[in-house]
Design a protein around this ligand. Structure first.
Ligand code: UDX
Length: 439
């Protein structure tokens, strides 16, 4: 099938590449010539395990190409994926200008039937707006060309995006016209494996499904974070509580890990956007989600509170920080808890030496050259003359460190672990003061 993907960001590039991998002829469009240049030279503008090799393989096979030429892109694909950004407005609602701009381009230039697929995370009702934008452009041209608008939300996780796309739990397609449903079925047939994973809904339900999934997961995390804070005061161990409730199949083990708050490009933005949609379009205040967001904002400062409780004034203190990205296997710093922590430490007059396997460049871009924030070449290198070690991202290489070396290198043998990586008994038994989340 001939497919166009508008937007070579995270979702667009992963989707386009995986669709080429199964044999489709995919053209990816981006307005940013620099991104297209990098892609054409075999690089990728983001960090995602397995993606670069897949891009190169499919480019070499002639199934995947890139362009900044809008007209060429519109003519190429029968299926046109819109996977452009939807940055939040000041009030938290998603800004649709790029989505609707892409839709208008399609309406302005198309000459035969198109299935226009919203892949970006967009508020309920966007499908209708996309449809209207295309209709408006066709009316301006005084032509009547058939098209369908489909919602096909993406559930991929950063760091596992290729795997998530190639082996999905479910594929949600909101489509209301027979021709579009048939084409989407054919498109996703290679990803079904041995049982039906395609869930066909109406357009609005598909749009809401995406928000519902992320909001539910964010709710689980905030719930566990609040209970962790409670467990700590009561003298219980949240890890034991987690296992105790996770064994109930109605609850399940996934996504119950307490920590120093959720971050990333999806949860914070989608929770905000769903609250805004409910308020603006339905005059409904989502009380649970409002609390989920508040609890998460507070949780990002949990390590700061623990530090102040342990050291009192942080002025002049120096800390080692392991992990910067919002989660492992990505250099993504969007809404990362490390940003709040670093800002708190600066505000309190402390300095930091950080180590992260891939996100140090991105962090330097965000914080600029600031003498209060230094970077180490390896985890142990961050510890020199530090008053304590702080951990905010659960990279694999932090899981089994040399505790003796940590103890000898730090000024004080103290670890503040925002991801509960270690067995408290073991670490404390080695003579290290250990502060974790909820235990
Ligand atoms: C998420 C969804 O999982 C994905 O389906 C959707 O398409 C996009 O949003 P992503 O943002 O890449 O994916 O990361 P995810 O692995 O879900 O983690 C999100 C945040 O929650 C991270 O900051 C992580 O540290 C935190 N988290 C996750 C917890 O604090 N506890 C948990 O138990 C799980």
């Amino acid at each position: 099938m001939k497919i166009t993907v508008v937007g070579t960001g995270y979702v667009g590039l992963v989707s386009g590449t995986c669709l080429a991998e199964v044999g489709n002829d995919v053209l990816c469009l981006d307005v940013d010539p620099e991104k297209i240049r990098i892609l054409e030279e075999g690089g990728i503008p983001i960090y995602e395990p397995g993606l670069q090799e897949m891009v190169r393989r499919n480019v070499a096979a002639g199934r995947l190409s890139f362009t900044t030429d809008v007209e060429k892109a519109v003519h190429h694909g029968t299926i046109q994926f819109i996977a452009v950004g939807t940055p939040p407005d000041e009030d938290g609602s998603a800004d649709l200008q790029y989505v609707l701009g892409a839709a208008r381009n399609i309406g302005r230039l198309m000459s035969d039937y198109k299935v226009v697929v919203d892949k970006s995370t967009v508020p309920v009702g966007t499908g209708a707006k996309v449809k209207a934008a295309i209709a408006d452009e066709l009316a301006k041209r005084a032509v009547d060309i058939p098209y369908s608008v489909v919602s096909n939300p993406e559930f991929l996780k950063e760091g596992a995006a290729v795997e998530d796309f190639m082996r999905p739990d479910r594929i949600v397609v909101g489509a209301e016209e027979e021709q579009a449903i048939l084409l989407m079925r054919a498109l996703y047939a290679p990803f079904q494996r041995n049982h039906e994973r395609l869930i066909i809904t109406d357009v609005k339900s598909a749009e809401l499904t995406k928000y519902a999934a992320n909001a539910m997961l964010a709710t689980r995390i905030s719930f566990m974070n609040e209970l962790a804070n409670l467990a700590e005061v009561l003298g219980a161990d949240i890890e034991m509580v987690r296992q105790g409730i996770g064994s109930d199949p109605r609850i399940g083990y996934h996504f119950l890990y307490p920590g120093c708050g959720y971050g990333g490009s999806c949860f914070p933005k989608d929770v905000k956007a769903l609250i805004a949609t409910a308020q603006d379009d339905a005059d409904i205040t989502l009380k649970v989600l409002t609390a989920v967001e508040e609890a998460n904002d507070a949780q990002k400062h949990v390590l700061t509170h623990k530090l102040k409780a342990r050291f009192g004034d942080l002025k002049g203190k120096h800390f080692a920080l392991w992990g910067l990205s919002f989660k492992p296997n990505t250099d993504d710093m969007r809404e990362a808890p490390s940003r709040e922590l670093i800002a708190d430490l600066f505000a309190a007059g402390a300095t930091v030496t950080a180590y992260d396997p891939v996100a140090m460049h991105e962090t330097q871009r965000i914080f600029g050259d600031d003498s209060r924030l230094q970077y180490a070449e390896n985890p142990m290198g961050a510890l020199d003359s530090a008053d304590a070690l702080l951990i905010v991202t659960e990279w694999k290489e932090f899981r089994s460190p040399d505790f003796d070396a940590i103890k000898q290198t730090l000024k004080n043998p103290v670890i503040f672990d925002g991801r509960n990586l270690y067995d408290p008994k073991l670490v404390r038994g080695l003579g290290i003061e250990y502060f974790a989340i909820g235990r």
